[in-house]
Design a protein around this ligand. Sequence first.
Ligand code: PLP
Length: 405
Amino acid sequence: MRPLKKAHKLDNVCYDIRGPIMQKAYEMEAEGQRIIKLNIGNVAAFDFEVPEEMEHDLIANLPKAAGYTDSKGIFSARKAIMHYTQRKNIKGVTLEDIIIGNGVSELIGFAMHALLNDGDEVLVPMPDYPLWTASTTLAGGTAVHYLCDEEKGWAPSIEDIRAKVTPKTKAIVVINPNNPTGALYSNETLLQIIEVAREFGLVVMADEIYDRVVYDGHEHTAIASLADDVFFISMNGLSKNYRACGYRAGWMVLSGAKEAAQDYIEGLVMLASMRLCANAPAQHTIQTALGGYQSIDDLVAPNGRLARQRDLAYELICAIPGVTCVKPKAAMYLFPKLDPKIYPIQNDQDFVLEFLETEKVLLVQGTGFNWHAHDHLRFVFLSHEEQLREAIGRFARFLQMYRER
Ligand code: PLP
């Protein structure tokens, strides 16, 4: 048989979080080596359990969940999501404005495929959660990266956003709280982004999947709550706040200038129909997740487990010579900088690979998040304190070796 080649549309599509370095780690594990994995925000894998009530409802509803559901999702789940939008002050959302998907991941694909013609541009943050760039590219668009400014706590640079708008720009992606930086944006920043979207007629795509994983008493504002004359797609799901990423349940909420977006919305609904429906058993847990008392609040409270792990990881990383980090206000990641004068890294993927082979700890390199320089790495701080100490201790030892060679 002739060799089978992948399609050209995949040529520039990258998703390094599960890329070649992770494959290498699997191979090492298969050989019997033990790897500490600080590479993926898989909450459930670190003893953060799914709330018991959700598990109960998943099991109790299983007999009812064998058939296809409405393509937009079951009534009780969409009703609960609608109520959640009311709690977040997003106005005018009806049941018809909600589409449930197999995780936010699937819905990011819908949002891009339904919108983009070849060559259309999308403003995507840099660094970003790389699925946004990958999905833009796969849909035939061009991701134009706008700078999030480390000097300003990783806030989006409004000047850079403005400078990068062209007649081809269709949308702006806002990841808030942010992966990989842990930033939480101020209302002022959000309003400035809305102002740009309003001026140039852009769709605002808001990824708010970490909206309850917020530390130090900070509050998250849904960007869609701040205007009703711009079209917003707000995304959220069970994966992070409710520790159930394996359930594969996420949702998109359409709000604001819906009239103007009717044709686009038809496209979104068509894509949802073509895949029939989202995973039905998981949909039965959405009402429980959003309506129950259970949440991640206890974990992010000052002495909650995640908050303690964030503090520990932050302190240990910042104590390493030549390493600086903005303290995350939200989410579960640290994105430290390695001073290029002390660590002149030519290729951060090679650097992460060498660290894996030498110290058996798996991280993701900054360029995997479309960061422009080879001077950042992402640490996931979901591991228990003891393992975090061990992994960051090995990182400090590796950097010392790097400095001395
Ligand atoms: N959006 C962001 C910012 C993420 O960090 C992730 C997963 O890490 C996702 C979306 C994917 O979410 P889901 O599990 O709902 O597909």
